[in-house]
Write a protein that binds this ligand. Structure first.
Ligand code: CKP
Ligand code: MG
Length: 309
């Protein structure tokens, strides 16, 4: 296994027309979840990925499981439970410039995950453990699962990759700051956005944000700067990598996950950090040009064509 990740995947309802959700009548159905987006992105680029999760013992759970298997993800660590339903997410395009998301995941099957889902042998054979700040926001037991996974990874020398993915709708800012800070302090690679940097380390610019996370113990920090690209800092060096031009942002959701998938893909192949960050920027650009959270994640050939312009 190259990468193992842990997180919740939901069924995603996207209204076919713009406007308030209360007026929506027709929806298209897909799936959403930061960790599964990363898993799909990596699998499409040819890497071996395992996804630890819990789904409801229901039709939506079966649909998600089938989709993840179809994407080539190892689902041997996914449990189905009758105790709570599979989580749901709705997008609401109030107008072209305002996108809101609504979660129905309290409690969801995944929010009932706990440390018992963390299989030490399974994580020990991976190269990277990918975590986001969404899983610990779901419940106390999910938080325990995440820290258990970190302990296991550390014990076996598996690199921990952490995307803060702060979600104000899931928890209060103070708790989030504390828990995400603890996760960042144990991560080898940290992938904050500018807003998350501000929340977690109180800095505004990418260079200062990266410095602070390095002081906390990271080996590599890549700060996502949206359309402008990214800034990376490691003991070996630092630099700005420009974003790829995007004609129209069709749907911004999933960009960060595409970024993580591209970066990890480059690292797994032994690319120089700057080149891995470039791949990350390319995948993120491709994701925002497509509707849906994971649909735009490219296959290897498509990515290389896009990058070679
Ligand atoms: O930070 P991103 O836009 O890349 O993350 C998007 C995902 O897991 C999305 O698929 C959604 O389901 C979520 O983040 C979430 O829980 O908000
Ligand atoms: Mg994100």
């Amino acid at each position: 296994m190259d990468v193992v990740t842990i997180g919740e995947t939901m069924v995603l309802f996207t209204p076919k027309k713009m406007g308030l959700l209360r007026y929506a009548r027709d929806f298209s159905l897909s799936i959403a979840g930061a960790e599964s987006n990363v898993a799909i992105g990596l699998s499409r680029l040819g890497h071996r990925v395992g996804w630890i999760s819990q789904l409801g013992q229901d039709e939506f759970g079966e649909a998600i499981l089938a989709m993840m298997r179809g994407e080539g993800i190892d689902t041997s660590q996914v449990r189905m439970t009758p105790q709570a339903p599979t989580g749901l997410m709705f997008k609401e395009y109030v107008h072209k410039k305002e996108l809101r998301v609504h979660y129905y995941r309290k409690p969801s099957a995944a929010s009932l995950m706990g440390p018992e889902l963390v299989n030490e042998e399974y994580i020990a054979q991976a190269k990277y453990l990918h975590l986001t700040g969404i899983t610990p926001a779901l419940s106390e037991s999910c938080r325990e699962a995440v820290f258990q996974a970190i302990r296991v990874a550390k014990k076996h020398g598996i690199k921990v990759v952490f995307d803060p993915n702060y979600r104000a709708k899931l928890w209060d800012a103070d708790t989030a700051k504390r828990v995400l800070g603890q996760m960042a302090a144990q991560a080898d690679i940290v992938l904050p956005g500018l807003d998350e940097g501000k929340l977690l380390v109180g800095e505004n610019d990418a260079e200062a944000i990266a410095e602070r996370f390095m002081e906390m113990g990271a080996q590599l920090v890549v700060v996502k700067r949206g359309a402008a690209g990214a800034y990376y800092l490691s003991k070996q060096g630092s630099g700005y990598v420009p974003g790829f031009p995007v004609e129209e942002v069709v749907d911004p959701v999933g960009a960060g996950d595409g970024f993580a998938a591209g970066l990890l893909s480059g690292m797994l192949e032994g690319l120089e950090v700057a080149d891995a960050v470039k791949r990350a920027c390319a995948v993120a650009a491709m994701v925002v040009m497509a509707q849906g959270d994971y649909e735009g994640l490219p296959l290897r050939e498509t990515l290389l064509r896009f990058m070679n312009g």
